[in-house]
Design a binder for this molecule. Structure first.
Ligand code: RIB
Ligand code: CA
Length: 311
């Protein structure tokens, strides 16, 4: 299998960190061209540092990390510190990573990379607010149709919201950017709360991961323990939804998920539904603008994570 050329745009963020660890460990399947960071769960300085920290734990110093947008396109910034801790990376010890940022213009890196690679070969995984992606598309609209696909964690249909009653955080944090990303002109696969709530960090799953003696597995297990404790305080649920890693798991093993064609729109007007994703399945294939994930094999996702982080 030819490795997928991949750019990961993220806001680490504890679940972004697990997604990065999974991707960094999948050398045979993913040719990671770069990691771009955006303000979201935490401010840009922390998300950029945290991406470099995870890169160091995964021992992938050759992969460039760029920082990008420090605030959304239009709305005021909103963070998610409750779920990610003051550092933005939960329990991971914070040190100054060895390898510096490769640059601070993530949108330009995204544009340059997509234009450099052959058409329809680059995949863009987006696990935070879509601000960098929207800025890149504004800078160079030609890159949209040139992308192989966008794989994004965001939105909610039947699951309801997690930051408001009707909005999921990544979309709510920059709804205008998410809507612009939907108009990119390439295939888009969307992993919202409907499916990430089917992939829970159950204690026995963390136990199995913690038994793997590699830096990546140990870091991921510590993060999941942290998230479980936070989740228990908020919802009394036994296990936290593993949001962002679903994007990478789908790239690695698509049959772990079920997706349906849909027409997705974002509520960008202020009001109670601000940031809501309206997901309409009653469309013909040519009316659809995305594939919306509706099902996941949670146990299978964890088996994949254990397999990759054992390497
Ligand atoms: O709603 C879940 C999303 O918001 C995840 O990407 C998580 O990292 C937070 O950014
Ligand atoms: Ca995220």
């Amino acid at each position: 299998m030819t490795p997928v050329k991949l750019i990961i745009d993220c806001d680490p963020g504890v679940d972004d960190a697990v997604a990065l660890l999974l991707a960094f460990a999948s050398r045979e399947a993913l040719d990671i061209l770069g990691v771009t960071t955006v303000a979201g769960n935490a401010g840009l300085e922390r998300t950029a540092r945290n991406a470099r920290l995870i890169r160091q734990i995964a021992n992938r110093p050759e992969i460039p990390v760029y920082s990008g947008a420090s605030r959304p396109l239009l709305r005021d910034p909103v963070e998610a510190g409750d779920f990610h801790g003051p550092s933005g990376i939960g329990p991971i010890p914070v040190v100054e990573p060895d390898v510096p940022l490769a640059g601070d213009d993530a949108p330009q890196f995204i544009v340059d990379t997509i234009r450099r690679e052959p058409p329809n070969t680059v995949t863009l995984a987006v696990t935070g607010p879509a601000t960098n992606v929207a800025l890149a598309l504004r800078l160079a609209p030609d890159i949209g149709p040139r992308l192989r696909q966008i794989v994004v964690m965001g939105g909610a249909r039947s699951a309801g919201g997690n930051i408001t009653a009707s909005a999921e955080y990544n979309v709510y944090a920059d709804p205008h950017a998410f809507q612009e990303m939907l108009n990119a002109g390439c295939p888009i696969a969307i992993f919202g709360l409907d499916v990430t709530y089917q992939v829970l960090t159950l204690p026995e799953r963390i136990d199995a991961l913690e038994a793997i003696d590699t830096p990546g597995a140990q870091a991921a297990a510590a993060i999941m323990r942290f998230s479980n404790a936070v989740e228990a305080d908020h919802t009394r649920r036994d296990g936290a939804p593993l949001h962002d890693p679903c994007t990478i798991a789908w790239l690695l093993k698509p049959d772990l998920f079920t997706l349906r064609p849909a027409f997705v729109q974002v509520e960008t007007h202020n009001g109670v539904a601000f940031g809501h994703t309206a997901v309409e399945f009653r469309v013909t294939p040519d009316q659809a603008n995305a594939l919306w994930a509706v099902g996941a094999d949670g146990a299978g996702v964890f088996a994949l994570i254990n397999q990759k982080l054992a390497l």
